[in-house]
Design a protein around this ligand. Sequence first.
Ligand SMILES: Cc1ncc(COP(=O)(O)O)c(C=O)c1O
Length: 454
Amino acid sequence: MTERDERLTRRAEEIAAQEMPRLLERTTASKALYERAVRSMPGGVASSFQLGDPYPVYLQRGVGAEVWDVDGNGYFDFHNGFGSMAVGHAHPIVAEAVSDAARNGMHFAVTVETTVALAEELCRRFRVDQVRFTNSGTESNMSAIRVARAATGRDVIAKIEGSYHGHVDQLMYSVLPGADVMGGRDAPAATPKSKGMPAGLAEWIRVVPFNDVGALERLLQAEGDQIACLIMEPVMMNIGIVVPADGYLQAVKDLCTRHGVVLIFDEVKCGATIAEGGAQERFGVRPDLATWAKAIGGGAPIGAFGGRADIMEEINRGAAHQGTFNGNPMSVAAALATLTRVLTTDAYEHLGELGGRLSAGMDEIISTHDLPAHTVDLGCKGCISYRAEPLTCYRDFLDTNIHLYTASYPWMVNRGVFMTPGDEEQWTLSVQHTEEHVDRYVEAFAEFAGGLAR
Ligand SMILES: Cc1ncc(COP(=O)(O)O)c(C=O)c1O
């Protein structure tokens, strides 16, 4: 660490020490709700991603680009449901579609006409032959892997070091691994992320770094005939944002094709956010299968996977794909309204302009204060990472200065900017965000950067 980095870190620690007590003072109702919630739920939350230290800020409602917590504090929302709410909160078109569907019968476990229409829209938008529905990103990835294994008759799964693809056992390997357990750069370890996973499962997992064609080539040359699929986010979105180097995704596709490995793009986060046609459109590479969830539902729990018809055909040949709530009419109605009436071509233009404005504002501040940081802008999604040079893979993320993020979180929240809790995440804009919202983010960050420099 340079002398300047050490000074910034010390200043960040001072800021965090001032801002956290302020945050706790403003959120006494969250504290009370937490004390109630821990009695009925571990950690007082519905999912461990919602944990907070010492307690989370609990929200009560959201409209447009704003949310209110249980203390009544209002925020401009850049957390946006971990990237699910590209439509913004309580969007009238989505809300109406859901309430109409609810009045029409909430669930049948029988395919309805709107499910067919949604399947058609996903095929059109993401240029795939066929899709099936699930209830989450985790389920979509589980199902895509089952189909890939069936299609290839192989068992091994390859994944990218550091990536998260859901909480199912077989994908919880090398997810943000600690430096002490991640293995050497040439042979990243399949480290389990959770207790309670069968030890033998690691035998079926191989790990390669992002943006490293050579490492993938070596793996496939050695073991390609055992590997069913490579599952990867085409743009890594769980360590801030790491974009693929020019030509990387095409090289990955070519290698997978050569070795008969099914390439699965996990577009759970990037699918309906970074372009109308997702990463496939933005980066111009089509995988064999892709998976979606989060933003496609406009806030409703829904996921999907799909791709080449000859691979999806495995479902008719004995690859089990089931689920009582798959294609639930309310979720389908929300997703159909979201994709066909809200996240339209114009919406991506709006998101692109806002994202550009936000990151340009942030870049100027970073440069004025010469901060060891950079931004990434993909329209609806973007981030600041506290490292001067852009990240190329997970190991670069370990070089970011977490203290700067840790100080920025309470600083921004205390100034009415609701952020994701964790430096792995990024901001999400919605179609209901305006320049005013984005400018508030930039202004609050400018004060933070000034505070760091003091
Ligand atoms: C890239 C990616 N894949 C899969 C998942 C799992 O999705 P879900 O939480 O809907 O199961 C996530 C969740 O954050 C994700 O970011």
